[in-house]
Ligand binder design. Structure first.
Ligand SMILES: Cc1cc2nc3c(=O)[nH]c(=O)nc-3n(C[C@H](O)[C@H](O)[C@H](O)COP(=O)(O)OP(=O)(O)OC[C@H]3O[C@@H](n4cnc5c(N)ncnc54)[C@H](O)[C@@H]3O)c2cc1C
Length: 436
């Protein structure tokens, strides 16, 4: 009986999971496992929890959903907390697995774990997060264009997006111990109270991702208006809201891309349907930027290597994080993030610009705060966008936003500011304490 470990990472789905299909094709049985990497439960250099309660809750829901779907196919999920490079070889030994199959990651810490694992067991890694197979691109990653438009034109002209793979019909696993997924409280988190103002009551898992897709595409046809609404601030349907599920892989970019094409064929293509594919290309681009530039995406001068002296004023930081700077547009956005783990793209651009260009604070601290809070935290997209906002990334221009002007353009009647600045509960300071 040939048996392999299947290590779920940010690919928490059964459909369009090439790594899973490969493991099932090559082995009689697999042991599906998720390791909650204890490093992500620690505090970072700034003192923030690397994974805040919003995203942890979303992750636990995602794992529960994955377990349920695996059970329906004859399998189940094994859960452990620890260091993957320690846990996986131990589980392999206990369960008689001779290899590991997994999805590739592209950033420093994740690559280090892969390197460590390679010393213990043969590990087979697959690209499952990107639209394109990096090896199929019309350029080597080292030759990735430094400007997004040049990248976009080359891939749109010369690369194709493979069709998503079907989910397997059956998953053969040995007898597994009960999953014993911890609760949020057992992991040391207070549960974030539901906030009725949230853009969406996000729920983790492939099932919820699919329901969101159906809602946004087919039921409401919001996709046909995306280009006009995408700079919105309030409500569920100004943008797709697929990012949290994309980030942990509950849905794949390819599945979304091909669903857009299906929609275009059945309902009609327009600038909006194209624009969603365009935004998926931004996500793609940042993954390739991370692959190309390695650890430089975390350095003070970004991939430009600029010499900038950043300030670190705890008081200014706290005001920004609590939404108490006095700039009502920035504050409303920061409170939405604090209370719900989500913020619109328009909001993110403004608060990042304010943090870096008005407050002159270290962009990496702002990025780390986002890392802790965001439901959709994705290493490459977060650090890539922050560098961009700080003028240290792929566009060296300083992208300074006039937040007052932005507020009058995108929130002309103040509805968004009023929504988030009218305090009903305990106030942002107390909320922050609870989560830091
Ligand atoms: C400072 C800053 C930090 C950010 N951090 C993250 C992050 O950690 N994770 C993340 O997924 N996005 C990040 N973004 C990008 C963007 O704000 C979110 O992807 C988007 O707001 C998510 O909402 P949506 O799914 O409704 O997006 P939609 O507008 O519906 O777009 C569809 C998808 O395209 C992708 N996308 C759209 N815009 C971008 C972009 N600028 N960069 C990369 N991908 C994009 C996302 O996967 C998104 O789900 C950040 C942007 C800024 C300015």
């Amino acid at each position: 009986m040939k048996r392999a470990l299947f290590w779920f990472r940010n690919d928490l789905r059964l459909s369009d999971n090439g790594a899973l299909r490969a493991a099932l094709a090559a082995f009689d049985e697999i042991v599906p496992v998720y390791i909650l990497d204890e490093r992500y439960l620690e505090r970072d250099r700034w003192g923030f929890r690397r994974t805040g309660p919003h995203r942890m809750q979303f992750l636990l829901e995602s794992l529960e959903d994955l377990h349920k779907h695996l059970q329906e196919l004859g399998g189940g999920l094994m859960f452990r907390k620890g260091l993957p490079e320690r846990e996986l070889p131990a589980i392999a030994e206990e369960s008689g697995c001779t290899a590991i199959y997994a999805s590739r990651e592209y950033t420093h810490e994740e690559l280090k774990v892969e390197e460590a694992l390679k010393k213990a067991l043969p590990i087979h890694l697959f690209h499952t997060a990107t639209l394109y197979e990096p090896e199929e691109l019309p350029f080597a990653i080292s030759q990735l264009p430094e400007v997004f438009t040049a990248f976009r034109k080359r891939v749109e002209g010369y690369a194709s997006t493979p069709k998503p793979l079907e989910a397997p019909e059956h998953v053969s696993v040995p007898v597994l111990p009960p999953m014993n997924l911890p609760t949020l409280a057992a992991l040391g988190y207070a549960s974030p109270p539901a906030d009725g103002r949230a853009a969406l009551p996000f729920r983790g898992g492939a099932q919820a991702a699919y329901e969101r897709l159906v809602h946004y595409f087919w039921n409401t046809q919001s996709l046909s208006r995306y280009k006009e609404t995408r700079n919105g601030l309030i409500g569920a349907d100004y943008s797709s809201k697929l990012s949290p599920w994309l980030a942990n892989g509950s849905i794949s970019a390819r599945a979304i891309y091909h669903e857009v094409e299906q929609y275009e064929a059945e309902i009609g293509a327009n600038d909006s349907t194209y624009w969603l594919k365009f935004e998926l290309l931004w996500r793609e681009y940042f993954k390739f930027v991370a692959m190309k530039h390695g650890r430089r995406i975390f350095s003070p001068g970004g991939i430009q290597g600029k010499k900038v002296v950043w300030k670190d004023d705890p008081q200014l930081f706290r005001q920004w994080a609590c939404g108490s700077t006095g700039d009502r547009f920035v504050d409303a956005n920061m409170r939405e993030l604090l209370y719900t783990g989500f913020m619109s793209n328009r909001g993110r651009q403004n608060v990042a610009s304010y943090f870096v260009h008005q407050l002159r604070q270290d962009w990496r601290k702002g990025a780390a705060w986002f890392e802790s809070l965001l439901l959709d935290y994705d290493v490459a997209s977060n650090y890539g966008n922050w560098m961009y906002a700080a003028g240290l990334g792929n566009d060296p221009r300083d992208r300074v936003f006039n937040t007052g002007r932005q507020a009058s353009m995108y929130d002309p009647d103040g509805a968004y500011r009023n929504l988030w600045l009218e305090e009903k509960g305990q106030g942002p300071g107390a909320f922050l304490e609870q989560f830091l």
